[in-house]
Design a protein around this ligand. Sequence first.
Ligand SMILES: [Zn+2]
Length: 141
Amino acid sequence: MSLFSSFRRAEVHARAGERCEYCHLPTRGQVATFPIDHIIPKSTGAGHDLENLALACPPCNAHKWTAVEWSDPITGRLAPLFHPRRDEWNEHFRWVVGYVLAGATPSGRATVAALQMNNSDMVELRRLLAGLDLFPESEGI
Ligand SMILES: [Zn+2]
């Protein structure tokens, strides 16, 4: 039995625009169901309310697990992970040549590193999806 009702799941999907709220991988063209991430882990007592939920692709969800902060690869200091309800995606991330996602802030860089957003499989998947017009954000790269 799912932790979330079909109504709640539909709310999360619609708000996310049918894409991972971390790396922006679209649900379209994927065979795996995208999990619903607890932005602040439920193990800390955080709830299942809509404000604590985010749509995440399976790789982002698996790598994030219960993390809420990670080391910024440039400064070496801990930085809070990108928070889809509190933070603006475009302020923290930007696309660079080759379908690679770069962090534009300490939180963005920490999130790219923690969620391993640029592993070779993800970069190749973005390239393939772009070729099928299923990854509109790649336009202009
Ligand atoms: Zn993702």
